[in-house]
Design a protein around this ligand. Sequence first.
Ligand code: NAD
Ligand code: MLT
Length: 529
Amino acid sequence: MKVLVSDKLGEKGLAVLKKEKKITCDVKTGMKPDELKEVIKGYDGIVIRSSTKLTKDILEGANNLKVIGRAGVGVDNVDLETASKKGIIVMNTPGGNTVSTCEHTIAMIMALSRNIPQADASLRKKEWKRSQFLGTEVYGKTLGIVGFGRIGKEVAKRMLSFGMKIIVYDPFISPDTSPQLEVEVVDINELCKRSDYITVHTPKTAETKYLFKKETFALMKDSVRIINCARGGIVSEADLYEAIKSGKVKGAALDVFETEPPYESPLLSLDQVIVVPHLGASTEEAQENVGIAVAEQVVDALLGRGIKNAVNLPSFDPDTMNVLRPWVHLSERLGTFVTQFSGGEGLKRISIKYSGEVTNFQLSALTLSVIKGVLAPMLEDNEINYVNAPIIAKERGIEVIESKSSQLGDFSNAIAIEIQTGIKVTTVVGTLFGNNSPRIVRINDYHIDAVLEGVMLCIHNQDIPGMVGEIGTMLGTSNVNIAEMSLGRKKEGDVAITIINTDQVIPNEILEKIKKLKNIVGAIVVSFS
Ligand code: NAD
Ligand code: MLT
């Protein structure tokens, strides 16, 4: 496996990548998009910070790429849609730089209140202008926090101890989200009207782009101060410039910019604005944290040891994953079985019904596994994975319906999959037996008990004496050994179903001969690689 590190990564993170024998790691920073587009083609994984932009154009040609590891939080520099379509896992390292970015925000609030960079620059010019740099206390002032996630909360905690009143706006939290913190949850308009300082800590999304623009500034208190240590483009730089010029906004402290570096930004000409080059996470501690975390995550994902912090896959804590793992296996096997058994042509709908104790878990990983299992026999090897399975289903117009039932039926836990093609509906039910062995226990109206493993010869036959012996002899003459067998019938003498698990692959000519036997209605081989 080859990993490319295309932005500067902490030494300890690099060491994690380099010590892994099955991984070759190359560091190549500062590439232009055209160069990266070519270079990336040879890699299985890439580690980036915020400078590398993984655009649609670059990702579309990255046919070997399996994992993108972002050393940091924001993944706005990755085209997530293209990555997901190509089945590339995108993972970030949340939490590793929270404290650093929070402390940086506080440094910016204080620098803005006391004009520290401006006063420093003035004194270096041999000026002693004490009255020009009259500051303001934060004590007793109102701080509006937009985005109350990891960083927003840490900022609130610390600024409460400075005696600030904290109001927050975050549409994705409930009002009592942090009862231990004395903060008031308000809407964005109220936050604008009441805040003396506004600091933003949201990701950059379609909703947050230009969240602060002319109209929002108009709502704000006169002489408000703005801090952005989240992402450039959440605050409109052109409108902020006007708002500062008009005196509406007293000053701004910016760590991030619409274009980085922001050499052309008019804001750089204003004395009221403090600017630094995206330093929020630039501490020894944060870089070590995110460097090690991203390297470990990328290694684990590439070597199949587990996926953590994927932003385009549901994530689970390790304990839940340990419980779910055999169910994930069963779901995928059952999905693969039903497609091979039914033919799968013209697949329109996959309905999945979970029943029993398994319904106590978050079922998204199982549903993903069913979709992957159902689609896999229709696609080239390695074309499908957990990331792109739902996207491929959607692109093919396949509807996926997930439901839960508290009714136990014959088993304490079961997964039923019904697939509807243009011509027929096929239903299978599976469960786990004591040793976590995945079993299929129903095919349409037939009750059976077969292990979902290896090669499965599935036969519809007339329920008459001698059938099994005849088939067994045919397999035996081709040196195909029967490992297990299961019979299901609705009533004596009717059409029955026979499932024979074999230790060897069944040669095609033998299958054709079996199909031609008298009293055989149909035969198909289902296999798991
Ligand atoms: P987080 O996911 O813990 O918190 C983000 C919060 O924003 C969430 O609570 C979410 O509900 C909220 N949010 C989302 N959309 C919103 C909207 N439209 N309006 C209001 N709130 C909204 O992330 P975090 O670790 O706190 O980081 C926040 C952002 O800070 C990151 O997305 C990243 O872009 C940026 N960041 C910058 C630096 C830096 O170096 N300057 C460092 C770390 C993170
Ligand atoms: C982040 O989103 O984590 C920051 O922008 C930090 C960084 O890229 O260094």
